[in-house]
Write a protein that binds this ligand. Structure first.
Ligand code: FES
Ligand code: FES
Length: 149
């Protein structure tokens, strides 16, 4: 029975070790902020942090997440204070339909931990999440705003 630490809480889940982390998060732990898009690690809608690194949870067997710190969009704000990326997203009205945005925000938050002042080239090479609403210009502007905050 895999034991997961998600947003600081421990969960013993009844899942086959090969089950993708995404489905355990959504269906067993009830954290539905993380979205299913493609299921083949292409779109980024399912992005979470595993030990601080952005990971596409649709393609990570739950067994590989055991013993690691998993953070989902529900755990990004701390003590009721939004993460700077979340604040910038609100200020720049980034989301349109919103479906891709939790994964986008998680990917950006991990990028800023690694590179606090990313260039446009850094953003383009790292934030490969797909947004069917085409919010890419707003995403880039909001990332720069978050780094200036
Ligand atoms: S649902 Fe995981 S990358 Fe698309
Ligand atoms: S905001 Fe609609 S898919 Fe990105």
């Amino acid at each position: 029975m895999p034991r997961l630490v998600v947003n600081g809480k421990t969960h013993d889940v009844d899942a086959d070790p090969n089950t993708p982390l995404l489905w355990v998060l959504r269906e067993q732990i009830g954290l539905t902020g993380t979205k299913y898009g493609c299921g083949i690690a292409q779109c980024g809608a399912c992005t979470v942090h595993v030990d601080g690194t952005a990971v596409r949870s649709c393609s990570l067997p739950v067994s590989e997440a055991e013993g690691k710190q998993i953070t989902t969009i529900e755990g990004l704000a701390q003590n009721g204070v939004l993460h700077p990326v979340q604040k910038a997203w609100l200020e720049h009205d980034v989301p349109q339909c919103g479906y891709c945005q939790t994964g986008m925000i998680m990917a950006v938050a991990a990028l800023l931990t690694e590179k606090p002042k990313p260039t446009d080239a850094d953003i383009d090479s790292t934030i490969t999440n797909i947004c069917r609403c085409g919010t890419f210009q707003q995403v880039r502007a909001a990332i720069h705003a978050a780094t200036d905050a």
